[in-house]
Design a binder for this molecule. Structure first.
Ligand SMILES: *[C@@H]1O[C@H](CO)[C@@H](O)[C@H](O)[C@H]1NC(C)=O
Ligand SMILES: *[C@@H]1O[C@H](CO)[C@@H](O)[C@H](O)[C@H]1NC(C)=O
Ligand SMILES: *[C@@H]1O[C@H](CO)[C@@H](O)[C@H](O)[C@H]1NC(C)=O
Ligand SMILES: *[C@@H]1O[C@H](CO)[C@@H](O)[C@H](O)[C@H]1NC(C)=O
Length: 211
């Protein structure tokens, strides 16, 4: 009896392994965000963009048809309960793609976005103030060519646990407003052209473990 059950179990496992049965329901990203993603990719300087809205997967991105060896990409979509056609982007990562554009203000058109990581590209220009209206938990733009001042408006994104701006060309002083980011655990600012002292307001960052 038990052996029989095991046998059936094995067959089922093998079947789902080898024929890749569609065991997960489709998760369709809403059209507004499909359009937003395309604009975001263009702003980042991507020449290619092919996205599958049904599976929430990037099929092609970057400045070359074959992506660089160490490149990494990831998009996560989450659906509203019981509605697989009401899905939203929660995470966007495009690392080591040699992207030559700028940071996209259009990120605000992904209202559920929490994690954004555009590390190790050639992005230039400034960090958009517009991002301050979002509920992001993590921003990483390490190793790019970003410049200008760190916008004090970033102090609005109190949901942030990670803010990594390391190895860019940011200048000016560090805005004291960042002391409002009470959930920060990691704050990376080194290897920029920043001047002045650390703001005293940072004393309030009780959960900061990495500076
Ligand atoms: C599912 O989401 C879509 C897109 O937001 C909406 O048009 C539709 O009415 C929703 N269906 C249900 C059953 O909630
Ligand atoms: C960004 O780089 C482009 C060339 O890729 C250049 O034309 C532009 O002036 C640069 N902008 C800044 C702010 O450095
Ligand atoms: C920052 O937050 C305040 C208060 O919630 C809001 O009025 C303001 O518009 C926000 N600023 C930005 C740049 O989002
Ligand atoms: C700091 O972290 C602890 C444990 O993760 C959490 O309970 C607390 O709410 C955090 N404090 C602030 C000010 O975010």
């Amino acid at each position: 009896m038990l052996a029989g059950k095991l046998f059936v179990f094995l067959i089922v496992s093998l079947t789902s392994c080898c024929f890749r049965l569609p065991t997960f329901p489709e998760a369709k990203l809403v059209q507004e965000e499909v359009d937003a993603l395309e604009e975001i990719a263009r702003t980042l300087g991507s020449k290619y963009w092919k996205f599958n809205a049904d599976t929430c997967e990037i099929e092609m991105v970057g400045v070359t048809q074959v992506p660089p060896k160490n490149s990494a990409q990831r998009i996560d979509c989450e659906c509203n309960k019981g509605n697989n056609s009401d899905c939203h982007v929660t995470r966007m990562e495009l690392k080591r793609y040699n992207l030559p554009g700028v940071l996209p203000t259009q990120l605000v058109n992904l209202p559920r976005l929490q994690v954004v990581d555009f590390a190790y590209n050639y992005l230039n220009g400034t960090l958009p103030r517009e991002w301050a209206s979002m509920q992001l938990t993590s921003i990483s733009v390490v190793v790019n060519r970003l410049s200008g001042e760190i916008p004090k408006e970033l102090g609005n994104i109190t949901t942030l646990t990670t803010l990594s701006l390391e190895a860019n060309q940011f200048s000016g002083t560090i805005p004291p407003d960042l002391g409002k980011l009470i959930n920060l655990q990691e704050l990376m600012l080194s290897s920029n052209h920043l001047s002045g002292n650390l703001p005293v307001s940072f004393a309030g960052l009780v959960n900061l473990t990495d500076l």
